[in-house]
Design a binder for this molecule. Sequence first.
Ligand code: CP
Ligand code: NVA
Length: 308
Amino acid sequence: MAFRHFIDIWQLEASDLRAILDQAHAMKRARTGWPKGKVDADAPLAGHTLAMIFEKSSTRTRFSFDMAIRQLGGSSINATAADMQLGRGETVEDTARVLSRYVDAVMIRANSHEDVETFAEHASVPVINGLTDRSHPCQIMADLMTLEEHGLDLNGARLAWVGDGNNVCSSFMHAAPKFGFSLAVGTPARYAPDDEDVELARELQGRIDLYDTAEEAVLGADVVIADTFVSMGDADASARLAELDPYAVTTELMSLAKPSAKFLHCLPAHRGEEVDAEVIDGPQSVVFDEAENRLHVQKAILRWCCGK
Ligand code: CP
Ligand code: NVA
């Protein structure tokens, strides 16, 4: 059977990414008003089982992937790495080979990006990156779907990322050349995005503008994006909170973006740290549409991965 992995946005064709978003919009529309547990009319992944492996905590990724495979007509098996022999030293390679004999696709949330790549190399079923220390591609696809739903043409749009230049920021950089938006990134030098990812995006003709302040980054932007200042696995929490405090998204900062600007945050959020409650709970915020769209876009990703 033909299958494809979904590991990082930079590796994928712009036309495939476009097709995934188009299918996600269409599938969402087609089931408007339906009970969430009802299977889609065409049940495209009937008989398919998705395994989900978590090395880190998750609310959205866990529930949205589980509901995604159910709506597609399939089923899921969910485990933490600690519950598996993986947590006792069985190799990633052997785990990939074995799970490929039982299930039709695997979604992994891992500490190390290299582990997801190794898993994919040794799997004979599709592997989906459900977040690593380096990237979070499913999240960005949901974010872009949400912006389109709210009327933004991504091609030529200006998106601004402020705070920590982390895994989610990297996936936005990977997506910039694929969808034709420019990304302004405002971070302190210590928490600037990964050089390799900046270069990668620029080599693909993506426009990435790096700034030292949040104010410069958001100026005239169509979208302002924040994420937690302390990601899962970050050790230096108090140093981060202190240094990143000037990068918090306040109503004052939002007023520097376009009046029509939308606010995105992948969640979980920390009100009073990276974003003020007035912003995330205010009229410019689309964060709950963004969270919902994880479900719809991951259904399209699962279908694309399984060739359905
Ligand atoms: N945004 C996101 O990936 O959320 P979870 O960590 O809850 O899965
Ligand atoms: N950057 C955050 C995203 C959580 C969904 C983290 O890696 O913890």
